[in-house]
Design a protein around this ligand. Structure first.
Ligand code: FES
Length: 139
């Protein structure tokens, strides 16, 4: 299997790994098939800007690379912008993933949306978006 240089870079030197103790939103998602788990922490200020985000992934290299890239893409951006981030945009930013590994990138999108839903609930805002779980049942 051939990975792009960017994937290898984010896999070997993942950005924003860790935890945020007083996170405003936390999302934990898992891929039932491979058993990989991702935990996403978001720190959001009063203007709805994601000032910090960290993740922990117990998963494959593609899952680590996509979560690393996804955190880079949402950090400093608003909640609304983060909600628009799709797994294909993350894959594109990584210069592609082998087709059998594309489902791993969905974990990152799902983790971010789950953390944002958690934030919405905490501040009493109705969760008006869907969390796609398109990797379920896929290889
Ligand atoms: Fe499980 Fe990649 S094989 S997330």
């Amino acid at each position: 299997m051939k990975y792009s240089e960017k994937v290898m870079d984010h896999f070997t030197h993942p950005r924003n790994v860790g935890e945020i103790e007083d996170a405003d939103g936390v999302g934990v998602v898992g891929n039932a098939k491979c058993g990989d788990i991702m935990k996403m922490y978001l720190k959001i200020d009063e203007n709805d800007v994601i000032v910090d985000c960290k993740f922990k992934t117990f998963g494959c290299g593609a899952a680590i690379a996509t979560s690393s890239m996804a955190t880079e893409l949402i950090k400093g951006h608003t909640v609304q912008e983060a909600l628009k981030l799709t797994n294909s945009a993350v894959v594109e930013a990584l210069d592609g993933l082998p087709p059998v590994k594309v489902h791993c990138s969905v974990l990152a999108e799902e983790a971010i949306k789950t953390a944002l839903a958690d934030y919405y609930k905490k501040i009493g805002r109705p969760v008006d978006f869907e969390i796609e779980k398109s990797h379920e049942g896929e290889e």
